[in-house]
Design a protein around this ligand. Structure first.
Ligand code: SF4
Length: 527
């Protein structure tokens, strides 16, 4: 029986693969007589109107299937390993590597140092290019993949060798030239280390990298994160307020220059620099469409813009009884969040929002982002605090797609330990306001009416269809007075539902409430 090829884990119902009789456990050996190294080969060879797929069935029998299909139609199979190959680990030992600074005894997967260009295309990971072979680059160009996210750190080859602790790291910079010549879109990243690649070295990097515009679309500059576990590692220093101001001055100087020439700002400072420098965040336009949002660049500006827009359309509200809600976040976002709390307290009479700053004792207090807060720190620092009816935590505090913190505490563990109902905030500023309104509504503290209710609640359900107009009026005239009678139907429809879409009566639960109320109970997740 063949052990070569790629094992199919699942066959999607109704797919071509199902029609061909493929089953879980079968192996795909070749497509159009080509060996399949990984997911990229697979995607590339499948994208044809006619393909021949060589299969080894579970019983070991080989057969050749001929398939005619639409060019971009997939076969509808999932493989045991998403990459269809082993994950490539890195061959560097960067002086600022976060993984080297983690305490012992955490989940094994957290210590895996990936540097796999395929994950750059699939998940947006940043790669150093040091372990990429010529054939990998050729394949990227041939398959027309992009964008690839490159951890550049410096364009000085000697310095790069030192920073990545890899004698091939300087030479690897030439791969950026090849990608550029091949027209592969790129984004760059510079992890800045004080006294190492800042100052004139940063200028040199920006000047060198800006030559790749427009193929290279952006470069972010982020400060190195230093935990308390740096014993035996390269001595790195923390950036202070004055350093942050210097970094911003360099970046903004080049933004102006580059914008004049190319119409984009290209080089971007992450939010941390502005907070550290005690400067306000730049205007929205400076983020070139928030191209580096995932890298912590512009998140705070975006959130504030969304918060302000929603806040400004909210009328003055009054709670039926006093109510307390709490929010917790890392040191970095604390002041911003406290300001949101203050503004909401001002607008909603009877509401008190306790905002708590969580010091990262787990990794050390120099780590200030909310994404690295652990369950242990939350419990230790909030257990004696007044939390009110709900504790709101930031969306990035849990591992993506799971209810687990970095230290393996689950959300339930923390809820039990604090004896508190916890909800996870949406990542948007308007979503945060709507979540708070929802909590107040659910706690019977607020009867939101008129525009606020329409925007806050029904606005979430754009696109849901309703059977007929009568039902719309039924909601409109319900006892709960969901709508302000002064809002005309046309305004309501145009502003909030749009395109003649109404609510479906199926959205009504047994108790007569509509599911959107529950959306808030659940933290607005079913938006
Ligand atoms: S490339 Fe550098 S920073 Fe990234 S995992 Fe490897 S050693 Fe760590």
């Amino acid at each position: 029986m063949s052990t070569k090829g790629h094992i199919i884990k699942n066959v999607k119902p109704g797919s071509i693969a199902e029609e061909m009789g493929l089953e879980a456990g079968d192996r795909i050996l070749k497509i159009n007589n080509n060996d399949i190294e990984d997911i990229f080969d697979y995607q590339y060879f499948v994208e044809n109107e006619y393909i021949e797929v060589l299969i080894s069935a579970k019983d070991g029998e080989e057969c050749l299937l001929e398939i005619e299909k639409d060019m971009d139609e997939d076969l509808g199979v999932e493989f045991e390993n998403g990459l269809m190959d082993d994950y490539k680990s890195c061959c560097n030992k960067c002086i600022f590597c976060f993984i080297d600074q983690m305490p012992k005894g955490m989940r094994e997967t957290l210590y895996f140092k990936d540097d796999d260009s395929r994950l750059s295309f699939l998940q947006g990971n940043y790669v150093t290019l040091t372990n990429m072979k010529e054939k990998d680059i050729d394949r990227i160009i041939k398959y027309n993949l992009g964008p690839i996210n490159v951890s550049v750190h410096t364009t000085n080859p000697e310095l790069r060798k030192k920073m990545l602790h890899n004698r091939f790291a300087g030479e690897a910079l030439k791969k950026i030239d090849t990608l550029y010549e091949g027209g592969v879109e790129m984004n760059g990243q510079i992890v800045l280390c004080k006294g190492i690649n800042d100052g004139d070295e940063l200028r040199r990097s920006i000047e060198d990298l800006s030559k790749y515009i427009p193929v290279m679309r952006s470069v972010s500059v982020v400060p190195s994160g230093l935990t308390k576990y740096r014993e035996g590692l390269y001595p790195l220093e923390l950036f202070k307020k004055e350093d942050a101001r210097e970094v911003i001055a360099i970046i903004e100087e080049y933004q102006k220059k580059i914008y004049k020439e190319h119409g984009i700002h290209f080089i971007q400072a992450s939010d941390e620099w502005y907070i550290m420098a005690e400067y306000d965040f730049p205007e929205e336009e400076r983020y070139d469409g928030y191209i580096q949002l995932e890298n912590g660049v512009g998140m705070m500006r975006l959130m504030r813009t969304e918060f302000d827009e929603r806040y400004n359309e909210l009328s003055e509200l009054k709670c039926k009884h006093d109510i307390i809600i709490s929010m917790a976040t890392g040191v970095l976002a604390y002041d911003e969040l406290s300001e949101y709390a203050r503004l909401l307290e001002e607008k909603i009479q009877g509401l008190k929002i306790n905002c708590y700053k969580i010091i990262n004792n787990f990794f050390g207090e120099n780590i200030t982002v909310s994404g690295l807060i652990t369950g242990t720190d939350l419990i230790d620092q909030l257990k004696s605090k007044e939390l009110g009816v709900r504790l709101i935590l930031p969306g990035n505090i849990l591992r993506s797609g799971e209810d687990v913190f970095l230290d393996d505490y689950t959300l339930d563990d923390v809820k039990k330990a604090l004896n508190e109902d916890i909800v996870i905030a949406p990542s948007s500023g308007d979503g945060l306001i709507d979540m708070i309104l929802g909590i107040l509504y659910n706690e019977g503290a607020l009867k939101v009416s008129g525009k606020d209710k329409v925007k806050g609640f029904f606005g979430k359900f754009k696109g849901k269809s309703r059977k007929n107009e009568d039902e719309f009026y039924d909601i409109n005239n319900s006892e709960d007075e969901f709508f302000d009678k002064n809002i005309s139907d046309d305004d309501f429809l145009e502003e909030n539902i749009g395109d003649d879409k109404y609510f479906d009566e199926n959205d009504r639960e047994d108790n007569g409430n509509f599911v959107y109320i529950d959306a808030y109970k659940n933290g607005g997740k079913n938006e």
